[in-house]
Write a protein that binds this ligand. Structure first.
Ligand code: IPE
Ligand code: IPE
Ligand code: MG
Length: 232
């Protein structure tokens, strides 16, 4: 029997700092290594037939980290856009960034918009980077826009209507959410969209999460029984 492959796999990439510290390096080295694992996972997702791969790269709460680390992460994002451009294009990957873009520096926003438009017609895999994102922020911005744009529909609004105001509009909900580094919490990630996601927790730190690790998560997913509240 064909193993069931998730349409949308998402990763809460955690443990970069600990990975670096365990090797006696600065935390930021873990972030650099972490980007390499994103590329590897993108390639493995394509090989395994996953259609959407998303990563939690920077939460709204992460703005509260020391300014030097925040600055480094934003620069790394900027640099990675240039470094990964070619491989994304060659692999037919559509690149998108979702989050509270008002807090992102204009130069980075510009680079993001450029890569988004360059890859807009690619349809092999969507790589979605959640940046300056939080689940509660997403739900709140949707509610505010609905209140402003269609106050007359308040009573008749459907789940689908509401979903279409989230930043993930048009993207299927994640089937599988992976969290690395041994933490077992959602950390304000896809609160609405993850309502029926399967979770996979591993002690592996994100910079060590390569192809084989992703395969293990996919195997675990294939063994799950998704009942959605029904009786089987
Ligand atoms: C995840 O690694 C990356 C971000 C949250 C930006 P961390 O930086 O959280 O690494 P740990 O959890 O401190 O080891
Ligand atoms: C969650 O990691 C956010 C991202 C991976 C971007 P954190 O390391 O920030 O989460 P907490 O603080 O341990 O919950
Ligand atoms: Mg962490």
């Amino acid at each position: 029997m064909e193993k069931s492959i998730p349409v949308h796999v998402s990763a809460i990439m955690d443990g970069n700092g600990r990975w670096a510290q365990r090797q006696g390096k600065e935390r930021v080295n873990g972030h650099v290594e972490g980007v390499r694992r994103v590329r590897e996972c993108v390639e493995q997702c394509i090989a395994r037939g996953v259609r959407y791969f998303s990563v939690y790269a920077f939460s709204e709460e992460n703005w509260n980290r020391p300014a030097a680390e925040v600055g480094f992460l934003m620069q790394l994002m900027h640099k990675s856009i240039f470094d990964e451009m070619e491989s994304l294009l060659a692999n037919g990957v559509r690149f998108r960034v979702l989050g509270n873009m008002e807090r992102i520096a204009p130069e980075l926003r510009e680079a993001i918009a450029q890569l988004e438009s360059m890859t807009a017609s690619n349809d092999r895999l969507d790589l979605i980077v959640f940046l300056s994102y939080s689940g509660r922020w997403d739900i709140l911005q949707a509610a505010r826009r609905i209140a402003l744009e269609r106050p007359q529909d308040a009573a008749s609004l459907t789940m689908e209507d509401f979903s279409s105001y989230l930043v993930t509009a048009g993207i299927p909900d994640p089937d599988l959410i992976i969290r690395t580094s041994g933490e077992q919490r959602i950390s304000n990630y896809l609160l609405w969209q993850g309502a029926y996601s399967e979770f996979y927790f591993t002690d592996t730190l994100w910079p060590d999460f390569g192809r084989e690790e992703l395969d293990r998560a996919l195997d675990s997913y294939a063994s799950r029984d998704r009942r959605y509240g029904k009786v089987k």
